[in-house]
Design a protein around this ligand. Sequence first.
Ligand code: UDP
Length: 457
Amino acid sequence: MEESTDLQIQERKIRHLVILPLPFQGHINPMLQLATILHSKGFSITVIHTHSNSPNPSNFPNFNFEPIPDGLSDHQLWTEDPLTLVSILNDTCQAPFHDRLSRLLSDSRHGPVRCIITDELFHFTKAVADQLKLPRILLGTSSATCYATMSSLDFLQQNGLLSITDGQPDTLIPEIPPLRIKDIPDFSTTDPDTFERLGANALNAMMSALGYIMNTFDGLESTALKKVREDRYPIPLIAMGPLYKFSQGTSNSLLTQDYSCMAWLDKKAPQSVIYISFGSLASIDKTDLVEIAWGLVNSDQPFLWVVRPGSIRGHDWVKLPEGFEEKTRERGQIVKWSSQQEVLAHPSVGGFWTHNGWNSTLESICEGVPMLCSPYLWDQKVNARYVSHVWRVGIQLENGFERGEIEWAIRRLMVGTERDEMRERVGALKENAMCCIEKGGSSYESLESLIDLIMSF
Ligand code: UDP
């Protein structure tokens, strides 16, 4: 590694940032992408992270990593629902985070901490930042559309303006088109009060933050961003996505990525392969797995399918139906975890069957790949509806997993004029994304304004 000059060391020491990611893949990714971008701009980075789901320091040799105990058992990590876990982490991490940060502040090897950047769901950081008199910036990891939807719903409900109070899941909500009752974000937890409490605490902690970063771009979500800006006023809102496009070449994966599928993709025709992955948390039933398998067989399209260990409820691993392997040997590949951004960027990939986590949705749009949507919960339902009915770059599977509907949907996604039109529209959004991150683009400018903000502290 190249030696830094004394001047560079001095310069970096006065630009020291502490970041704290939430320990889930969909939150770690954008946070470490952000840290990589800021490091490339001359900031030195300390990552304070929980013992559970800790990132791999060897992937970031220039960062300082400081683990803190989180009190979670392996059992809890696998059995509690994620929102309950977030709630527990907010209780268990406060003291260790305070402790570690205090020690960092008095350690002369590091320069003074300019500010802390934390996941917006870590609301306990407000108390710690106040005690230690440190500025705090938040990173939100969902779509702006989801935030805008939630806040519109709150407003309508509080003011008795929601015309639909009861109805069928497919009923359109006229005040927030094109969303239907069944598209409303679902934040159910094992403890019904958890979400209420978490939401109230997060909002309270947000209002005293000095900046709010979002992983999105104007060329995709300008209307929703306008609404979030109005709601979050006067906190500066910094929309500087897609973060992964600014920070390519770093891996934040908690699971080992199987690169063998890249060579397999090399042998396939352009845009012929449907890539299937439902992210790091979603799970399906064994019967769903069987329906997906037969849908893939009957669609007759080449596929690359991520079957994550633990993603079939109640099973570590499930044998695929008899005959599946023989029928798909020539055109199918299954891996346990992929290098998704590279897969989506591969010229052979022509469609993405996704759960519409925000990172996956953004990655698909930014690689110009139309989607088949099977949202699981939370913001994914809003994202899926926007993909199919606003951006019109995908279609949604409406009735769970049924082999006949799957076969039909895959064909719609992979062949025919509808597919060509979706490709054209998603291609235009991809162009928008590239324009936003170029010099002079909105995300590029947002990055500059973030740097100015941090340097003003
Ligand atoms: N991902 C990956 N390999 C896979 C599947 C997913 O690296 O086989 C990455 C993907 O690129 C994305 C993240 O995991 O950045 C998943 O985040 P998302 O918000 O889409 O969903 P979540 O896992 O939070 O439900």
